[in-house]
Design a protein around this ligand. Structure first.
Ligand code: M6R
Length: 606
């Protein structure tokens, strides 16, 4: 997965392209490049490394030109070298292309083109595209037709943007990878990008493209057609994300900003979904009775979203509904049988994760009813699922998911309440106490953010070679998530376990050098306490994540305080403490927190 930006405007494009690339760097940061069209043809500059490194080397050749494309890469085909950076060109530099996705038939296309005399300079699958376009130009086709013909030959997934020498026009097409058009008919012109934050500071008016769409962007407008050139109509929408929200503000990192945004993002998530008297749930397209024909729920997701799915599944099981969370990438190997009474919930912050989309498609084909729970309006998952529910967390830029996990878990909990009431015919008896607690969740998170001792604790244990996270019941997905976050941004070894599992093997790894973070949610805490003690007696420092006055504090070495809450919500507040621990540990170790090595925000390859 990679970031794409393209722009056609009335002033020079280069600064806008570089800003767009910086905004998109969460999609990949192995290499970056730009191409600009000016009076003397197409000029390309690209290199391995981050956009900041590209910026330092931008030379005056790119200063002129109102049309341009840019790319920030997360490597799939070929290592992150200067040669493999996008844009890629044909041998004459008359065509420049940026691409996100995978061209599955690139080897075949490359050998045909090589046989016709085309010379390739990179290891990428992308490079076949400008050569194919050039091939059709050489055969006498006009620019637009040559672009369409080249795109028609591609198999696999792509979002492609191309620029051809001698005209102020951009061509773009999508199949399986996101692409969105930004429209500012005033000063800034037209944009194409893989994601809205790329151009959000210039315009909030967008059109989401669908698979099979081809866009031609000229200085006076945008034309959208299908591959054969037939007009297609796509809505213009206004995005209600504030560009300020997408910036770092006064925080050192997006991740810290997004952790601290949780009181606000949770308020947005809950708003309008809990009645004024906090006694009933309103879930947009899912009124009471929406799930009476469901007898089983499967959550499919990856990474942090999978942990939210585990949270949702456990909450449903506790409410008496058959539910299971499955890793989306394993779903293809061993999908449980589904039928029309199975509800498959795809949980995906971005709505573009290829593994999750794959599972969603399989569920659709198998005849299940599908719902997407996502943060991104207009994403592929929204379009492909039967129904959708937004988590409304606002843009999340840090590669490590934080506020979206909290919002996903809350939405899944609300959805779970609705499903459980419909399936069991018993509107939850606990709703009266649960909903008022939920409406106060943003305040509890605020309290934790203000009072947390996480920075001191993270620094105290930062020399440790390994970190364990344990929890029981709804504390289990929180332990998994705590460990994922920790390893993702600190590069230190961390594992999450169901607390009762520690004694079945992992205890062998416990030493006085392995801090154990024990999450107490109020569900069978005495068991977690016993398991933490088993590690404590082997010398492991125990960090108890629990309310003040909790029995765990009698033996714990350190305390991360959480308010005394309904067990369904306690884990979410505990998770905020663990997010802070990971952040401060990574900061103390000097890691590049927003862009951990080898990762990217949204993984659009299987
Ligand atoms: O966009 P998605 O929620 O589908 O992404 C799934 C995972 O790639 C993602 O949660 C990943 O695990 C995060 N970087 C973890 O912080």
């Amino acid at each position: 997965m990679c970031g794409i930006i393209g722009r056609v405007g009335s002033d020079d494009a280069i600064d806008t392209l570089l800003t767009g690339l910086e905004n998109l760097e969460y999609r990949g940061y192995d290499s970056a490049g730009v191409a600009v069209q000016n009076g003397s043809g197409i000029k390309v500059q690209k290199r391995s490394g981050k956009v900041s490194e590209l910026k330092e080397t931008i030379d005056s050749r790119l200063a002129d030109g109102q049309v341009g494309i840019g790319h920030t890469r997360w490597s799939t085909h070929g290592p992150p070298t200067d040669e493999n950076a996008h844009p890629h060109t044909d041998s004459t530099t008359d065509v420049a292309v940026v691409h996100n996705g995978i061209i599955e038939n690139y080897a075949e296309l490359r050998s045909c083109l090589t046989a016709r005399g085309h010379e390739f300079t990179s290891d990428t699958d992308t490079e076949v595209i400008p050569h194919l376009i050039q091939h059709y130009l050489d055969s006498g086709w006009d620019n637009e037709t040559a672009f369409r013909m080249a795109i028609s030959e591609l198999e696999g997934s792509y979002a492609v943007a191309a620029m051809l020498s001698g005209e102020h026009v951009l061509y773009a097409a999508r199949k399986g990878s996101p692409l969105v058009v930004g429209v500012d008919e005033g000063t800034d012109g037209y944009f194409i990008a893989s994601d809205v934050p790329a151009f959000l500071e210039f315009t909030d008016t967008v059109t989401y493209l669908e698979d099979g769409d081809v866009v031609v962007v000229r200085p006076n407008g945008v034309e959208i057609t299908d591959l054969e050139g037939r007009d297609v109509s796509r809505d213009l929408e206004t995005v209600d994300w504030d560009p300020e929200q997408a910036g770092k503000g006064s925080f050192d990192h997006y991740m810290l900003k997004e952790i601290f945004e949780q009181p606000t993002s949770l308020t947005q998530t809950i708003e309008g979904r809990i009645g004024r008297s906090a006694s009933e749930i309103t879930l947009e397209d899912f009124p009471p009775g929406s799930f009476t024909d469901v007898d089983r729920v499967l959550f499919v997701a990856c990474g942090t979203s999978y942990h939210a799915g585990v949270y949702g599944a456990l909450a449903l099981n506790q409410a008496g509904v058959h539910a299971q969370a499955l890793l989306a990438n394993e779903y293809s190997v061993a999908a449980p049988p589904v039928d029309g009474r199975t509800l498959v919930v795809a949980v995906t912050q971005s709505g573009e994760t290829a593994d999750t989309l794959g599972a969603l498609r399989r569920a659709n084909e198998a005849g299940a009813r599908t719902v997407t729970v996502t943060n991104v309006v207009g994403s592929t998952a929204v379009r492909e699922a039967d129904e959708s529910l937004l988590i409304r967390a606002g843009p999340e830029i840090g590669v490590a998911a934080t506020k979206t996990f909290s919002s996903q878990a809350v939405v899944l909990t609300l959805l779970g309440q609705r499903i459980a009431a419909d399936v069991t015919g018993d509107p939850s008896a606990d709703l009266d106490s649960f909903l008022p607690s939920l409406s106060n969740l943003p305040d509890h998170v605020e309290y934790v953010l203000e009072e947390s001792d996480a920075e001191r604790i993270a620094r105290r244990y930062r020399e440790s070679p390994s970190y364990f996270f344990i929890g029981r019941g709804l504390g289990y997905p929180v332990a998994l998530e705590g460990a994922l976050k920790f390893k993702e941004i600190t590069y230190e070894h961390a594992e999450g376990f169901a607390s009762g599992e520690l004694k079945h093997g992992p205890l062998a790894l416990v030493t006085p050098e392995t801090p154990v973070f024990a999450v107490f949610t109020g569900e069978e805490d005495e068991q977690t306490l016993k398991n933490a003690a088993e590690a404590g007696t082997r010398g492991a420092p125990i960090v108890a994540v629990c309310p003040d006055g909790h029995p765990a504090l009698e033996t714990a070495d350190a305390h991360l305080e959480i308010p005394d809450l309904d067990p369904t919500l306690a884990g979410l507040v505990a998770n905020v403490q663990l997010q802070l621990v990971s952040y401060y540990a990574a900061d103390a170790l000097g890691r590049p927190i927003d862009k951990p090595r080898n990762l990217a925000k949204s993984v659009t390859v299987e």
